[in-house]
Design a protein around this ligand. Structure first.
Ligand code: WT7
Length: 653
């Protein structure tokens, strides 16, 4: 490397540098080049071999059935129990004393749970669910903080063949209720509250409010874990304390096997309309790819690694890389309840130091906020246990990649930038740490067994170095099977742009070396701090406010959060809301309707919105304004003067 910059945390040149794994890392890595060779030779045989790493009660003979495309079946004649694979299997293999979870609560309380203990807890919870009349195929909503019971509940639901729908604890009563109703959940598992930023954030009161809203009446019981100690109302016929009920349960539970295609979970995610999509994942294929990617991408040595993924179980990253992948692999992991800066900005680094974390998996937005706070904070901790770093959720800029490797990884660790989605279920594109020469800012290569292309809009390969659309050209084991209650939307959203191929909604580029760069969403989906939000969903929350006549929402580039939600609203003439009060009132209104993650960073009151002659709002122009850029081509506007009006209004405001 002759022209390497002298400053390792340089700017844009960072993207040109290569970081091969060290000789020692390569020697001890679990995955070598033979993996990709095997996948290239026979993709389906390769996935069958990965699937056989699981415990099957009835081995499969079929691999992929794609005759009902785009609804795939993988390993369809096999039967297994997902929870047995994640827990019992390790105890049977003699690893019952291995720590499964090093849990740390935000106030500093801790719990250590071995695989043998986890088996007892999951068994008791499975017995309790069965006692409450939950049957295979029933849906159970989970609305919990990051406490061991979240993991235990998910595994217990899977163990009896029920289907979990985990809803992130930051979502509002209304969002929770919409998800409960769409899934037809019979039970909600929640907590009184959980710790966040030094205080208890109530959860049970949100469930109460959700169930008071008009709608379906599918929920029979609410099971409440005591965590926050906050006061809660109690509906005698409906509500049950987890600790009281569980105490009477047997710690053994005879698990039965389910078909590989038995539904495992529904997870709601934002799309381009106001209505979230219930992404359905099933058992055998999902677990195969979650486990395979977790061990190869993170080079997991379960007998000695301490792994920490900082995602909440309310997101797909928490499903695949806190619960199913790591536990299927018998990993020891850290589970942390709170925020990175409570009670001090070094909290994460003291956790890494205390537990000797070797593998850290987090999001670029967190890395960038640590960068801003300065390296003195991590430098005050011993982070030498770390040997591998991962990134997920949004593109990682080369500067943040280099800082992560240099400051957190001590300049030694491979960094893997992993691209995937709620719909893909598991990692699809990532360097393999013992093989790939890492390139800062690029997700680089499809993992073995995955086929990716970058196409132009007509479906032809985009030229090298040119921008195109990311497409998956062959079905994969952990792919979403459908959208719950809406198979037509599944076909339309993902499979109609390029028939037979999966359209991810992301822009991408292949560089001269054949490495893949992700360029962000090409649809009306925003990415704020690695969380997916829909412009349409926030717009419909805004227009539901009596003072708002019209609203347009855009994701504007933000240095820390990737994108920030910026709203433009037209107030009703008769509105009882002064322009000056509109921003705080409407920001709070969106947080209340959807959840704090959707709260706009800015709300601009405008007199008009830019529209085409057919009445479509031109968000592209609003994004130019929100990012302080020269406004682009306005020739398709019905009224070309409208942008000047908005701009002068924004300056005045
Ligand atoms: C969207 C999926 C994958 C779990 C967390 C988010 C963006 C995700 C990357 C990455 C560039 C990324 C994409 C994708 N994204 N990872 N490494 N580089 N972009 O899951 O909520 O389903 O969001 O996140 O835009 O489409 P999700």
């Amino acid at each position: 490397m002759t022209d390497a910059p002298t400053d390792p945390i340089a700017g844009a040149e960072g993207g040109q540098r290569r970081f091969p794994p060290s000789e020692a890392f390569r020697r001890n890595a679990i995955a070598g080049p033979e993996l990709a060779e095997a996948a290239d030779r026979d993709r389906l045989a390769f996935w069958a071999e990965q699937a056989r790493a699981l415990r099957w009660e009835r081995p499969f003979t079929q691999v992929l059935d794609w005759t009902d495309a785009p609804h795939a079946s993988w390993f369809a004649d096999g039967r297994l129990n997902v929870a047995v694979n994640c827990v019992d299997r390790h105890v049977v293999a003699g690893n019952g004393d291995r720590v499964a979870l090093h849990w740390e609560g935000e106030p500093g309380d801790t719990r250590t749970i071995t695989y043998a203990e986890l088996l007892g807890e999951v068994s008791r919870a499975a017995n309790l669910l069965a006692d409450l009349g939950v049957r295979a195929g029933d849906r159970v909503a989970v609305y919990l903080p990051m406490i061991p019971e979240a993991v235990i509940a998910m595994l217990a639901i899977a163990r009896i063949g029920a289907v979990h729908s985990v809803v992130f604890g930051g979502f509002s009563a209304e969002s929770l209720r919409a998800r409960i109703d769409d899934a037809g959940a019979v039970l909600v598992i929640t907590a009184d509250g959980g710790w966040r930023k030094g205080a208890v954030a109530p959860l049970k009161p949100v469930v109460d409010a959700a169930l008071e809203l008009p709608g379906e009446r599918t929920v029979r019981n609410v099971l409440v874990v005591r965590r926050g100690g906050n006061d809660v109302d109690w509906a005698e016929e409906r509500d049950l304390w987890w600790h009281e009920e569980i105490a009477a349960m047997d710690t053994t539970h005879d698990a039965r096997a389910f078909d590989a295609e038995h539904p495992l979970f529904i997870l709601y995610t934002s799309g381009t309309t106001g209505r979230p999509k219930g992404i359905l994942h099933t058992s055998g294929g999902y677990l195969t790819q979650a486990a395979f990617t977790h061990r190869t991408v993170f080079d997991l040595h379960p007998e000695r690694d301490v792994y920490w993924c900082t995602a909440d179980v309310g997101w797909i990253t928490g499903h695949s890389y806190v619960v199913y992948g790591p536990l299927a692999n018998g990993a020891t992991q850290v589970l942390y309840e709170g925020t990175p800066d409570s009670p001090d900005p070094g909290r994460w680094w003291s956790i890494i130091e205390r537990y000797g974390v070797t593998i850290l998996y987090t999001a670029p937005t967190a890395i960038r906020s640590f960068m801003r706070a300065g390296r003195a904070i991590p430098d005050a901790h011993d982070l030498t246990s770390l040997r591998l770093l991962g990134s997920v959720g949004e593109p990682i800029n080369p500067e943040a990649w280099l800082w992560y490797r240099e400051v957190i990884g001590g300049g030694r660790t491979p960094v893997v930038d992993t691209w995937w989605q709620t719909e893909t279920g598991a990692i699809m594109v990532s360097p393999i740490p013992g093989i790939t020469d890492a390139k800062p800012g690029a997700a680089q290569t499809p993992i073995p067994g995955i086929a990716i292309a970058v196409l132009d809009e007509s479906g032809r390969p985009a030229p090298a170095g040119g921008d195109g659309l990311l497409v998956v050209t062959e079905p994969w084991p952990s792919m979403a099977r459908t959208i719950w209650n809406d198979p037509e939307r599944f076909r339309e959203t993902y499979w109609s742009a390029f028939p037979g191929r999966y359209f991810a909604g992301d822009g991408a580029r292949l560089d001269e070396d054949g490495d893949l760069w992700l360029l962000g969403r090409v649809d009306d989906v925003m990415n704020v701090s690695g969380h997916r939000l829909s412009t349409a969903e926030i717009e419909s929350a805004l227009v539901a406010h009596p003072a708002v006549a019209e609203a347009a929402v855009v994701g504007a580039t933000d240095e820390t959060t990737g994108q920030a939600v910026v709203a433009f609203v037209i107030l009703r003439a008769a509105a009882d809301l002064a322009d000056a009060d509109a921003s705080p009132v409407l920001r709070a209104h969106v947080a209340d309707r959807i959840g704090a993650i959707a709260r706009p960073a800015r709300v601009h009151v405008v007199a008009e919105l830019p529209k085409t002659r057919s009445g479509k709002i031109m968000r592209r122009l609003l994004r130019d304004l929100a990012e302080g850029r020269e406004v682009g081509d306005t020739t398709t506007l019905a009224d070309t003067g409208v942008m000047r009006t908005i701009e002068s209004g924004m300056r005045a405001g």
